[in-house]
Write a protein that binds this ligand. Structure first.
Ligand SMILES: [Zn+2]
Length: 290
């Protein structure tokens, strides 16, 4: 495995291949923060030569391209926690950073009823190219940050920030915030309890299940025995900068005492509900990277 290593040929070659488009945003944190904040769907951008995949800028501003509000919450939460952060700089329509390497929805041909012209006739070679140049560099940046922290004796918890649409396929989603997790409740359980204590309607593995084979937390966090969870915020609550900032404040205030718990800073391997990671980190989680 070489998850935290440079891509073959080095970063500069990868940058040439992406026409200078850097696929990952990293934010430095303070030593000893004990937490990494990540954002899989932070951006609605992509290299110019993809021509917005045939979509208008208005299409790209919609939730199909990114998690509205999530990047701001991520950056501000990381700053308040003193944590490093890793965010995508490419749209999930280019390739979905939070899907497994061989997941059939890695590149969406259709999203929320909208055909994505630049993906409609994509072949395996182009999917592999996007996987190598965007998806994999994002995943490796997360792995590298975790390994850096662990090498200095700091076992981090990982918080992944996402946002969800208030209405999906005609159904109104009641939750203001939701916590998605797999089998390790060290972070999720106290976080759900603390959010509920604020009088919020909190989803527990809603509207999605946190056990998703090959997603970012599965590959980079559960596989290492680290504590982590995914926080989903309802998009209408964080679409405006002032409200996103208020949610970053709230999450930092709630997370700080939870992150102080020693039990979050141990490697504790719990078998995933995905059926992976029995007995620890598995080999071959990033095909092509070996
Ligand atoms: Zn998302």
């Amino acid at each position: 495995m070489s998850d935290s290593k440079e891509p073959s040929g080095g970063w500069s070659v990868a940058l040439q291949e992406t026409a200078g488009f850097a696929p990952v945003e990293t934010v430095a944190g303070q030593k000893g923060a004990g937490v990494l904040v990540i954002c899989d769907h932070a951006a609605n951008d992509m290299p110019a030569h993809y021509g917005n995949l045939g979509l208008s800028r208005a299409d790209l501003a919609r939730h199909i391209a990114w998690d509205i509000g999530a990047a701001q919450v991520t950056r501000e939460l990381a700053a308040k926690l003193g944590a490093p952060a890793v965010l995508t700089r490419f749209s999930r329509l280019l390739i979905d950073a939070n899907r497994g390497a061989d997941d059939p929805t890695l590149v969406m041909r259709l999203s929320d009823g909208r055909v994505i012209p630049g993906n409609a006739h994509i072949d395996a070679e182009e999917i592999e190219r996007r996987r190598r140049l965007y998806w994999q560099l994002y995943r490796r940046a997360i792995g590298a940050e975790i390994e850096t922290m662990m090498k200095r004796g700091e076992i981090p918890a990982v918080v992944s920030i996402h946002s969800f649409t208030p209405v999906f396929k005609g159904t109104t989603r009641p939750w203001q915030v939701s916590v998605l997790w797999d089998s390790d409740a060290r972070l999720a359980a106290p976080l759900i309890a603390a959010l509920r204590a604020e009088g919020l309607d909190v989803g527990d593995n809603e509207p999605y299940d946190g056990a998703l084979k090959g997603d970012t937390l599965d590959d980079e966090v559960t596989s290492r025995g680290l504590a982590g969870c995914l926080i989903e915020l309802r998009q209408d609550l964080i679409a405006e900068p002032q409200r996103a900032a208020a949610w970053a404040d709230r999450l930092a205030r709630i997370l700080l005492p939870i992150l102080a718990r020693q039990e979050l800073h141990r490697c504790d391997f719990r078998p995933s509900r995905t059926g992976r990671h029995i007995g620890g980190r598995i080999a071959g989680i990033s095909p092509g990277s070996a």
